[in-house]
Design a protein around this ligand. Structure first.
Ligand SMILES: *Cc1c(COP(=O)(O)O)cnc(C)c1O
Length: 443
């Protein structure tokens, strides 16, 4: 466990989050339930913001990548913390607006934004749109013209750096569906294209090299490449950029294969990148750009845990022991999608010795409905509260009603008090949009 003040084992031998006993949360709110530690969310938002303020003269901003976890409350927190957001769909933008988040502090991403989404964004007064295709630039220019505005945009650049958890590779070309490659000239062409649009204001460049990255050098390399590109564009097209958006991707702790980073370590990451930008700006005689970063996972993943109740236990003698819980791939599809590893523990017996290796399964009618494979646990019994750690990112936001299970509710814990931020679904919610055509009603 990557312990902190607001995530630890208490003297009763129970898991405690946000100053509240996890067993008490499970009793009060039932399971399965997502639990979020507000202090940790705020601490993470602040460490990035403070680092930009202190190390870069406040010449930049943090954008929370909402796809990691989107609901009204998270936007309300981002607003209070004075940070911006990025959104990747009309639905995320709508949720943010409903929470009173100012559209001017939102950036919109997507490799295939719908015309409807672009219209909604412009009509809401979105701060900036990150252009990801020639067609999108054409459409956006027309939509802006109709509205008599000049829309701020960035273009998404592919610097040829691909990062993976513990390694990164530098490729001449990338085959990503996102962005415009530098090496094949596409990035320069989209700049020319946008600079010719009367109703678009090119602010600069965006890149996002991957996710769950621990290797600082991969961010430095990406920053270097985009700064080199900016210099080349200045020399060849006479355009000097104002903004550099380096995306998100900082890694978090899921299990003991990952480093246990402390909050200050994230400040270090950012400091290293800032120094690289300053060095490159001097080298190329460029103005230091306004810096944007878009952390999602690193703000919210470790802030969240999921609590389940153990139900059926199946011991296939000599082969495997399954511990089934009342949730599964409908609340956390990440093992099914990419064999993601998680740490699990019994929240009501957190100090008991781990005596066996088990596979934690969900309740869906699907063999691949697994939450964790071969994890060490004390001998679990029906009724135990099982906690999965670091589930704050890409769990609720990827959840579904598969098998017509309920997407679990979420609570926010602060100073020992838990409140719903997403309320429980009901059976009625599941059928709300269902219709039976008249002709199917004949007996
Ligand atoms: C997913 C994504 C992010 C956030 O990535 P994390 O790994 O969650 O920090 C930021 N920017 C863009 C464009 C993304 O696609």
């Amino acid at each position: 466990m990557n312990e902190r003040d607001t995530l630890k084992i208490n003297s009763a031998g129970h898991l405690e989050i946000g100053g509240m006993d996890a067993v008490e949360i499970a009793e009060k709110f039932s399971t399965p339930i997502y639990v979020f530690d507000e202090k940790h969310i705020r601490d993470m938002m602040r460490v990035y913001k403070n680092t930009i303020d202190c190390e870069y003269g406040g010449n930049g901003a943090v954008l929370y990548a909402s796809k990691a976890f989107a609901c009204k409350a998270i936007y309300a927190i981002a607003k209070q913390e004075g940070i911006g957001i990025d959104v990747v769909s009309g639905g995320e933008l709508y949720t943010a607006l409903k929470a009173g988040f100012p559209a001017g502090n939102a950036y919109m991403h997507g490799n295939n934004k719908l015309i409807k989404e672009l219209e909604f964004a412009l009509d809401s007064g979105i701060g900036c749109i990150v252009v990801d295709s020639f067609r999108e630039a054409d459409i956006l220019d027309e939509l802006a013209a109709v509205r008599g505005i000049k829309q701020r945009v960035l273009v998404r650049i592919n610097p040829g750096v691909e990062a993976h958890t513990h390694a990164f590779i530098q490729t001449a070309r990338t085959d990503s569906k996102f962005g415009f490659g530098v090496s094949d000239g596409a990035a320069k062409n989209i700049c020319k294209h946008v600079l010719n649009k009367k109703h678009l204001e090119l602010r600069g460049y965006h890149c996002h090299i991957g996710s769950q990255i621990f290797e600082k050098q991969s961010f430095v390399l990406a920053a270097d490449k985009v700064m080199d590109f900016a210099a080349e564009i200045k020399n060849s097209l006479g355009y000097e950029f104002a903004e550099l958006n380096l995306g998100g991707g900082f890694g978090v702790w899921y299990n003991d294969e990952d480093p246990k980073l402390k909050i200050e370590d994230y400040a270090d990451y950012l400091k290293t990148v800032i120094n690289a930008i300053k060095t490159k700006a001097t080298e190329h005689s460029l103005k230091e750009p306004y810096l944007l970063i878009e952390p999602g996972r690193s703000i919210i993943a470790e802030a969240g845990i999921t609590l389940y109740t153990v139900g059926a236990i199946k011991d296939i003698q000599g082969i495997k022991k399954y511990v089934a819980v009342d949730g599964g791939m409908f609340d956390n599809p990440r093992y099914a999608l990419y064999q993601s590893k998680y740490t699990v523990l019994l929240a009501n017996r957190a100090l008991d010795n781990c005596t066996e290796k088990v596979t934690v399964a969900g309740k869906c009618c699907e063999s691949g409905d697994i939450l964790a494979v071969d994890v060490a646990l004390p001998q679990a019994e029906s009724g135990d509260i099982l906690a999965v750690l670091s589930t704050g990112a890409y769990n609720y936001s990827m959840a579904s009603n598969y098998n017509r299970n309920f997407v679990p509710p979420a609570v926010l814990v602060f100073n020992g008090k838990a409140e719903y931020i997403v309320k429980p679904q009901s059976y009625e919610d599941l059928v709300r949009n269902d219709l039976i055509p008249e002709r199917l009603k004949n007996e």
